[in-house]
Design a protein around this ligand. Structure first.
Ligand code: BG6
Length: 368
């Protein structure tokens, strides 16, 4: 059943072009942008939403972090992101104008379920993004968007994550449309960009050998860092989480801009640091990230730079350069995550670990 792959995880990484395409399919109809699978929230209620809180655990939480950028950018509605296990203990301010969005691949994560129950008690509306039909979380939610990634067997989520990110973009566009912040043409344009992403993912898969080689070269590393800005920040966190989960080494993700406020102190000779460079153009994000690469390299870091085609600024400072297809800034996680997944799986596999069933972890955690 592994389809010729050594691990389910590698098979699931390979299935990501279709996970993304299938999650997009059939959502765009002439009458309304998004077909929600189960919707018990009216457009009138959605127009009254004045705050969105996205809640999840683990890898799904990083999809939630990406969602915040898309939701605020496209809908102009304030959005918070919260770990499910923290949410209800901080006495959050919720009412019927609050939309709580939960993200869960399995639909059974207890922390997330408890957050939903709490939110509904406070009269908030709850919309869930979920990959498992008929699971508990969608059953207890007012609305559901199913991701169509197909069953995920490996404990570490890969195709589930990319499909969640796509569902978050769709949700943000739907709310933007209902609230009148975005109109047909603009939405069609963004959807067309997302529609091209599976080709970009396929290219990252086709170029996966460079990650396998890199895993061999970096074997023996006891610590690896990841830096990113904007939506590259959750990608950095996800890259680090995958390594922790699978390879059992110290790995940490940082917002690149935070480097100078502390993390730069840990940079030492030979420390591998992945840097996800945003596309050129917006808010000088690319330029600022390039200067971060210079700073760490000057202190001896071994830099593994993920940068889009044509970005020549990074070349002098990249010990290893991973090229990404040109995509809009907000969509970059859909392509930049892929090489990090391959790297973590290969790195762990070379260490002789069980990539599909890492020690101490479970696919769905049904205790708080
Ligand atoms: C974990 C899994 O414990 O639960 C992670 O090991 C996963 O891979 C997390 O991201 C959240 O799971 P779910 O099903 O709620 O998305």
């Amino acid at each position: 059943e592994k389809g010729g792959f050594e691990w389910f995880m590698l098979k699931e990484i390979d299935e990501q072009p279709s996970a993304v395409a299938d999650t997009l399919r059939g959502r765009h109809s002439p009458g309304g942008l998004l077909q929600l699978d189960e919707m018990r929230i009216s457009d009138t209620e959605l127009r009254e939403v004045d705050k969105i809180i996205v809640i999840a655990c683990g890898t799904s939480f990083y999809a939630a972090m990406v969602a915040k950028y898309a939701i605020e950018h496209w809908t102009r509605t304030p959005c918070e992101v919260e770990l499910a296990s923290e949410f209800r203990y901080r006495d959050p301010i919720l009412n019927k104008s609050t939309l709580v969005v939960t993200i869960s691949q399995s639909g059974e994560t207890m922390d997330t379920l408890m957050a939903i129950r709490y939110a509904r008690q406070q009269r908030a509306r709850v919309l869930s993004i979920c990959n498992t039909n008929g699971s508990t979380i969608p059953r207890e939610s007012d609305a559901v968007i199913y991701t169509h990634a197909g069953p995920e067997v490996a404990v570490a989520s890969t195709k589930g994550f990319l499909a969640q990110v796509v569902a978050c973009y769709l949700l943000a566009l739907y709310i933007a449309q209902v609230k009148g912040m975005k109109y047909g043409d603009e939405i069609d344009g963004i959807l067309a960009e997302i529609g091209r992403i599976p080709d970009g993912i396929q290219r990252m898969l086709d170029e996966g050998d460079q990650m396998r080689k890199l895993a061999t070269e970096l074997a023996g590393s006891r610590s690896i860092l990841f830096l990113g800005r904007h939506v590259g920040y959750p990608v950095a966190l996800e890259g680090a989480l995958k390594l922790k989960e699978l390879a059992y080494i110290h790995a940490e993700g940082f917002a690149a801009g935070e480097l100078k406020h502390g993390p730069i102190a840990v940079i030492e000779q030979g420390l591998p640091v992945f840097v996800i460079v945003p596309p050129k153009g917006r808010d000088q994000l690319q330029e600022k990230t390039v200067s971060n690469i210079q700073e760490i390299r000057a202190r001896g870091a071994r830099t593994i730079v993920l940068a889009e085609d044509g970005d020549e600024d990074v070349v002098p400072y990249a010990d290893h350069l991973i090229r990404l297809p040109k995509v809009p800034t907000l969509l970059q996680p859909l392509v930049s995550t892929v090489p990090l997944q391959i790297f973590a799986a290969e790195f762990a596999s070379q260490l002789g670990h069980d990539v599909d069933q890492p020690r101490n972890l479970a696919k769905s955690v049904t205790v708080e």
